[in-house]
Write a protein that binds this ligand. Sequence first.
Ligand code: SF4
Length: 260
Amino acid sequence: MGTRSSRRSRGQVKKRAVRAGSEENYPVQQDSRSVFLEEFSLGVRDMTVDALVSNSSVRSLHEVMDEAHRVFDSACNGVDLNPELACRRGCAYCCYNQVSLSQAEAVYLGFHLLDSFDETALKALNGRVDSVLDAIRGKSVEEIGMIRHELPCIFLDDGSCSIHPARPFACRGWNSVNAGDCRSSIENRDPFAPVENHSIVREIAEGIQLGLLHGTRNIGLEAGFLILPRAVKLMHRDGIAECATRWLAGDFFFAQSRGL
Ligand code: SF4
């Protein structure tokens, strides 16, 4: 498989500022996306429908998400990345961001939190969530992107991701071949600073995320992009089991996160 590395245009960098989009930035249509991205999207869409249409349970959702993660890892392992990725543990400039994610990713993450965060950690997380929500309340996705340098992700802990196995596809796909670009963006408080990266990795992640959205939408579930701290607040407030049950039953449950 070929290698692609691109210097992002200003328009592309704008997407970067909000990390993985909104309905405006990533409409759930594929006419303007690459064939490569579409292949992943269609494959994951069909896999999601097959798994959930006859059994929309939490267990089936976990299987879908585990398979989606495997697809991503396998696809990326097949790509010859030259130059190498600069991304390393402890380098977290790109985690000054409010990530967008699908409902399927949010529910998977919610159960991961139940398994891996104790009561003290959950309480501390809720405090960080409230701080971020205060900072972004009433702001559009674009406005949130403009102040990204002020807002570390709620899961950034001592320079590392505290939910690494359950991180959204937005995080899996984002990459850089030059950590200096990433540092400049934060230090210069410039959300439009160009960051050289491998677009093929981003497209794999975006395709998979779109596939999850299309697949869940096709079987009648609420499907659209959520802002991470808003989704986490909702799951913390109502309980992950309740959130999952209602979403999988077809309630437009996560829509209320927009008001948080
Ligand atoms: S979820 Fe993890 S990888 Fe993604 S922005 Fe937050 S800390 Fe970074």
